[in-house]
Design a protein around this ligand. Structure first.
Ligand code: NAD
Length: 403
């Protein structure tokens, strides 16, 4: 057993970082470690609820809670600051509030939008990657719908969503719940609203069976969503998204342009680590990175490989795996400090649910396919469980989806 008090620094207060924090606070005694958590906001946000903020079905405050609620002040120093540099050799993290030294570093800096260099996308579309961007997406739609009352320009009522992945589909599910209410309030005929989802692949949500993804597509179509599948977006401008149909370029006109077609790990990863792809770095079985046994990478900045050799593929980044990685990192660090055997990370995939608004959804839970109200209910269980797992039962009760 080591009696040296180790300086453990966690970068990021998302699902992975906070799960690691809560685990370390539980696993380690006061004499074993001195923990510092660095996060750019004083709050944690539920990244998997952002599409609801973006569509206006929840207030942004509903999807956030103060990080202090999970900080044990006896063990942890919480610093609200932005990380600017990681110096792995001198074991120092530079932040906007000064330098912090570490013995053990947990990098959990999360995700951001990826536009794949598509011309005009960053300037002419909103993304759904933080409470701030989600609020901008919501404000854009509200501004343009209000503007329509004067302009009578149909493009003010046109929404184009880039990408039919989880974020795109969950956002559309919320939109078809919230837009009829917005239209009622503004005395706009909902039939005048046009919602188009453009997806490069020939099918959507390929991780689900055709039955489930077909159900989601039919439901959204029944609410007025038009899908352009097998249609890549090649540019964005002030008129809409430029798409390729049969090798010809066309513009899907819309004043409301939302890009949900890509995420990547934090850009600080490329700036501070070698071998990073789209902000993700491959981790070893013990979740450390090659060459640095004291540096852990978890959550959306890590690539945890499924399988070995040529067939190995990184697991998709989800809140579920991020939380498991955080919990396991705490166990690994405590085992290493106590000279005990380290168990490799094994992902326990409990399933996935894709919501289609508040009352509908599709999913696979413990290997069983579900759809409709039962999937919507399961999604609320998953969302509430995520809050409770990190924040405890009281936070789960007050911030969860069942109040
Ligand atoms: P994604 O990468 O999973 O989906 C993006 C979609 O955009 C893909 O279908 C892709 O083919 C399409 N696309 C990419 N470039 C395009 C282009 N130029 N033109 C048109 N379409 C294009 O991204 P996401 O949906 O934000 O999800 C990110 C991660 O988060 C995933 O791993 C996902 O599983 C996870 N997630 C999970 C949930 C959930 O479990 N409910 C919710 C949100 C996100």
């Amino acid at each position: 057993m080591s009696f040296e008090r180790k300086k453990i620094v966690i970068l990021g207060g998302g699902y992975a970082g906070l799960s690691a924090l809560v685990g370390l606070q539980k696993e380690l005694g006061l004499s074993e470690a001195d923990i510092t958590l660095i996060n750019k906001n004083e709050y944690h946000y539920e990244a998997t609820w952002l599409h609801e903020t973006a569509a206006g079905t929840i207030n942004w405050e509903d999807g956030v809670y103060p990080i202090n609620k999970v900080v044990d002040n006896m063990k942890t120093n919480f610093v609200v600051a932005e990380v600017t540099k990681i110096d792995k050799d001198s074991q120092v993290v530079e932040t906007t509030k000064g330098n912090v030294e570490y013995d053990i570093l947990i990098v959990a800096l999360g995700f951001e939008s990826e536009t794949f260099g598509i011309e005009g996308m960053a300037e002419h579309a909103e993304s759904i990657t933080s409470p701030q961007t989600a609020l901008k997406a919501r404000a854009l739609v509200e501004k343009n719908f209000n503007n329509y009352l004067e302009s009578k320009d149909k493009n003010d009522l046109a929404i184009v969503v880039g990408g039919a992945g989880f974020t795109g589909i969950e956002y559309l599910g919320e939109l078809v719940d919230s837009l009829p209410i917005l239209c009622d309030n503004l005395d706009i005929n909902y039939d005048d609203v046009s919602i188009t989802c453009v997806e490069a692949m020939p099918s959507m949500l390929p991780m689900f069976s055709e039955d489930l993804s077909g159900y989601a597509k039919k439901y959204l179509e029944s609410k007025g969503v038009k899908f352009l599948l097998g249609t890549p977006i090649v540019a964005a401008n002030e008129e809409g998204f430029v798409v390729k149909i049969n090798d010809k370029e066309e513009t899907v006109k819309a004043n409301n342009r939302i890009w949900t077609a890509g995420v990547r790990g934090n850009k600080l990863m490329e700036e501070n680590f070698d071998g990073v792809m789209r902000g993700r770095i491959i981790v070893k079985d013990d979740l450390t990175i090659e060459g640095y046994d004291n540096v852990y990478a978890i959550g959306d900045v890590s690539a945890v490989m499924n399988g070995t050799g040529e067939n190995a593929r990184p697991y998709p980044t989800t809140a579920q795996i991020a939380m498991q990685l955080g919990e396991h990192t705490a166990k690994i660090i405590s085992a290493k400090l106590r000279g005990k055997k380290v168990e490799p990370f094994v992902y326990d995939d409990k399933g996935t649910v894709c919501s289609l608004g508040a009352k509908n959804g599709i999913g696979v839970v413990y290997g069983k396919e579900i759809k409709g109200k039962s999937a919507a209910f399961m999604k609320k269980v998953i969302d509430t469980r995520a809050v409770a797992k990190i924040g405890g039962p009281v936070l789960g009760f007050t911030k969860g989806k069942f109040l």
